[in-house]
Design a protein around this ligand. Sequence first.
Ligand SMILES: N[C@@H](CCC(=O)N[C@@H](CS)C(=O)NCC(=O)O)C(=O)O
Length: 352
Amino acid sequence: MRRAQSLASSVLGRALIPVLEGYATASSSSATAINVHRRFLQVALYNTSRSGSSGQTRLFPAYVGRYSRAVSLGVAGAVTFSIAASSFAPDVYAKELLASEFLSKDVVLYQYEACPFCNKVKAFLDYYDIPYKVVEVNPLSKKEIKWSDYKKVPIVTVDGEQLVDSSDIVDKLSCKIHPEKSVNSLPDDDEEKKWRRWVDSDLVHVLSPNIYRNTSEALESFDYITSNGNFSFTEKITVKYAGAAAMYFVSKKLKKKYNITDERAALYESAETWVDALNGRDFLGGSKPNLADLAVFGVLRPIRYLRSGKDMVENTRIGDWYTRMERAVVFGIGFLSHASNQGFRAWNRAQI
Ligand SMILES: N[C@@H](CCC(=O)N[C@@H](CS)C(=O)NCC(=O)O)C(=O)O
């Protein structure tokens, strides 16, 4: 039944969206309005997703669940949202067209819901509105990735072709969207490249010591991991307690390995370092996020609403940028210049 519904909505969606896009060439303002309606249609038609269990199709990504909550506020909200949409900046449309070649491809992300590297890839896929299916891997059996020689996540397949390692995956996908901006052609001191490297070499290493720093935070983290990951009922219980205990000790080792004395101070320092790098800009990429913005946001996303993430936002200047990123990734860049519009306020209310 669910399958039939999802198939029907998929067929209907694919039939309707090109019709709307056909109008889009008329003018940029109608194009953007149409595009927002297209997003609305996506919500209405593809709201079949909820990540967390194995093999779920997330045809239209992060914003869908949140939109659907906003949509559930009622038709009135949808109407104001739709009216507000008519004044959107054209870059929303431009952005989606860039990634449109992926609409016809079968993209699958093998992940752990709480893995920072997986979330880095997800931030990219979500931002570019690339439709993808999520396969939540069981970290104990890893049976979902038995077919692969690579034993880590994330793994992405595009029409069956395997891509591994979060940064490589993003490079390869991004190269398809911006062929003119291949990462290999950029100088080593290129700002975006340098900060993407910083995410992998520095930022990710302060995360574990923070989220497992004491028993209550380790339990909070494992509660999140087991509630959102692919575990059987018994695994959920055992992994929550055994995992929290094990990671508490592992995190102490990691602290030593990466020369971290005070993990919270290190997290705050990383957040401040990033805000300094922004140097007053909305994003490192200027008016829109670049791959470094997406990487920082992606790895921070799983911790944002844990104690450590809340502390980070309360004690550093990173909050404003994080909120801008949340909006950009969830709604698309066009929302940024219209953050005060009614549709967005409706969404904000739905978050509370
Ligand atoms: N450099 C890799 C690191 C990937 C990684 O270490 N993933 C972890 C999950 S966060 C993993 O799969 N570890 C092996 C395991 O769980 O057995 C990337 O950026 O994708």
